[in-house]
Design a binder for this molecule. Structure first.
Ligand SMILES: [Fe+2]
Length: 221
């Protein structure tokens, strides 16, 4: 049974895994400077968030995939299974943070400005929630309800086109049928340097620099 499983792993995944190993993930290039998101998020806070915390997940997923490839090559099925948690945690952390940076924009380039009234996203928000204020209020309630570390995503349900606000713990990802439009980081590292224990002030401030235009593009795509 073991040799059978080993041969399947090697046959199906080796080229793919080796490709991933050669092409390590890196921090995404950002379209803004962190000083441009002030005063809502300080440059110091975002620099720490990006260069330390996000970088940790970059390093973590690269290492986990390397270890997974080595375990596959050795036919060590137990090690492959053991590594799944690291791949899920660091891979989720990496991907969620990439979406987080895309969810933000300086006010000088439209951050915080609602999407155009003729956009599909604008119409969907008004149809489902009545107003953006209501969507934001519900999102803030979801953020405040996270006990510990997690994320809130505003998603498009690909089955019916509806908007959904979901919260997850740690670095879980939205289910496959939920396309995340905006990612809001509720980990303590996302706000503590500037907002200390008053996380509701961070959740309130962040809407001033939300990139609704990018969310509208994702919704329409
Ligand atoms: Fe974070």
């Amino acid at each position: 049974m073991f040799s059978s499983a080993r041969s399947i792993v090697k046959k199906v995944n080796s080229p793919f895994i080796m490709s991933l190993v050669r092409n390590k993930v890196t921090l995404p290039e950002l379209k803004y400077k962190f000083t441009e998101l002030e005063p809502f998020i300080s440059a110091d806070l975002n620099t720490l968030h990006y260069t330390k915390h996000h970088q940790t997940y970059v390093n973590g997923i690269n290492q986990a995939l390397e270890q997974h490839a080595a375990a596959e090559a050795a036919g060590d099925l137990n090690k492959c299974v053991e590594l799944q948690q690291n791949i899920k945690f660091h891979g989720g952390g990496y991907a969620n943070h990439c979406l987080y940076w895309e969810s933000l924009a300086p006010q000088s380039v439209g951050g915080g400005k609602l999407p155009a009234e003729d956009s599909a996203l604008y119409k969907a928000v008004i149809s489902q929630y009545g107003s953006f204020e209501k969507l934001i209020d519900l999102s803030n309630k979801a953020l405040a309800g996270i006990q510990g570390s997690g994320w809130v995503f505003i998603c498009k349900n690909l089955n019916n086109g509806a908007l959904e606000i979901i919260s997850v713990y740690n670095h879980e990802r939205p289910a496959a049928h939920l396309k995340p439009l905006l990612a809001l980081d509720a980990w303590e590292h996302a706000y503590y340097l500037q907002y200390q224990n008053v996380k509701v002030n961070f959740f309130s401030a962040i809407w001033n620099i939300i990139n609704w235009e990018e969310a509208a593009k994702k919704f329409a795509a």
